[in-house]
Design a protein around this ligand. Structure first.
Ligand code: ADP
Ligand code: FRU
Length: 310
């Protein structure tokens, strides 16, 4: 790999997926069309797509010491994603798991997520990372019951401190994803990174009704010089830079919608890669939408390796 070195910090979990002929009725009984396990979690998915697109990719998060963790680690290895800074909790911890229904009619994904007791990465864990080796570090804004979102604030402040001590050309670019709605503690992340990815759910929960309204609303709460980016499902994506320029991209629908699971994580990966390679915001979100659209036409993400993107 010769692409930029990018780290993603956040969740890795097991996704247990049933592909259904129709979305099920409550208390009904149907035989599914397909069933499989897949590595999931936003940061994990984003790091895998980054690797498929040619970045030198690393995932940092917590692992339990169970069979599910071994499944996840093997999968990271098969994608060529380094897990060398992950923290493994020895006994009594359980790998987070999602039970997911994919509707074969329209590719929708319904996620039932369980995170039982695994703590998130803290600043103390993160201090083991030698920042000089990274071009970009992306954080999934993930609050959990036993690790406050404030740990992400501390890690981003640690990178800021490093960036102040080195020439601009050696600085680490930062991004943060704020996805989960109705989690007010995530608001504190809005002004802590250079690029802020806000989701449709998070925006709608704050009364913003479109991708344009979302980026206009959130840019005011970002730090000076930052850009905000918002993917909006079939409506593509928008971004706003520090000068207030509004940029939009349509979505690029596949011939047939197959599986929209991790479309947002794929969008983030492709957008980050394009920006890390020096492309501008408009090119980056358009590339994000192209790669995410292609992903929606295939099961999982591995097939992205064989797609040629313009
Ligand atoms: P998620 O719900 O996975 O967080 P989004 O629904 O916001 O993510 O979608 C992320 C990106 O994926 C969108 O900007 C779009 O480019 C692409 N995408 C999502 N759904 C579709 C779809 N139905 N058709 C084509 N592209 C889609
Ligand atoms: C998709 C995803 C899944 C995971 C869930 C966690 O974006 O990362 O892989 O099960 O979200 O919220």
């Amino acid at each position: 790999m010769s692409g930029p070195r990018v780290m993603c910090v956040g969740l890795a979990c097991v996704d247990i997926i049933s592909v259904c002929k129709n979305y099920p009725e409550e208390d009904s009984d149907q035989r599914v069309l397909d069933f499989y396990w897949q590595k999931g979690g936003n940061a994990s998915n984003t790091s895998s797509v980054l690797s498929l697109l040619g970045a030198q990719s690393e995932y940092m998060g917590s692992f339990a010491n169970d069979n599910e963790m071994r499944f996840l680690k093997e999968d990271f290895d098969s994608f060529g994603v380094s897990t060398s800074h992950c923290v493994t909790y020895k006994t009594g911890y359980i790998t987070p798991t999602s039970v997911i229904i994919v509707n074969s009619q329209n590719g929708s994904r319904t996620i039932l997520h369980a995170s039982k007791n695994l703590p998130e990465i803290t600043l103390e864990d993160f201090k083991a990372v030698n920042l000089k080796n990274y071009k970009w570090i992306h954080f999934e804004g993930r609050p959990s019951f036993n690790t406050p979102a404030y740990e992400i604030v501390r890690m981003l402040a640690h990178i800021d401190e490093y960036n102040h001590s080195v020439p601009e050309s050696e600085q680490v670019q930062t991004s943060v994803e704020i996805e989960k709605p109705a989690r007010p503690e995530l608001d504190q992340l809005l002004d802590k990174a250079k690029y802020v990815f806000v989701s449709k759910d998070y925006s709608q929960n704050q009364g913003l009704r479109s991708k344009e309204e979302a980026v206009r609303g959130f840019i005011k709460r970002c730090r000076k010089g930052a850009s905000v980016i918002c993917a909006w499902g079939e409506d593509g994506a928008a971004a706003m830079d520090a000068e207030g320029h509004l940029i939009t991209s349509p979505c690029f629908p596949p011939e047939r919608l197959c599986d929209t699971l991790a479309a947002g994580d794929t969008f983030n990966a492709a957008t980050i890669l394009a920006l890390a390679e020096g492309r501008d915001l408009a090119e980056a979100i358009t590339f994000g939408c192209k790669v995410a659209g292609a992903k929606c036409g295939m099961q999982g993400i591995r097939g992205l390796k064989d797609v040629k993107f313009s």
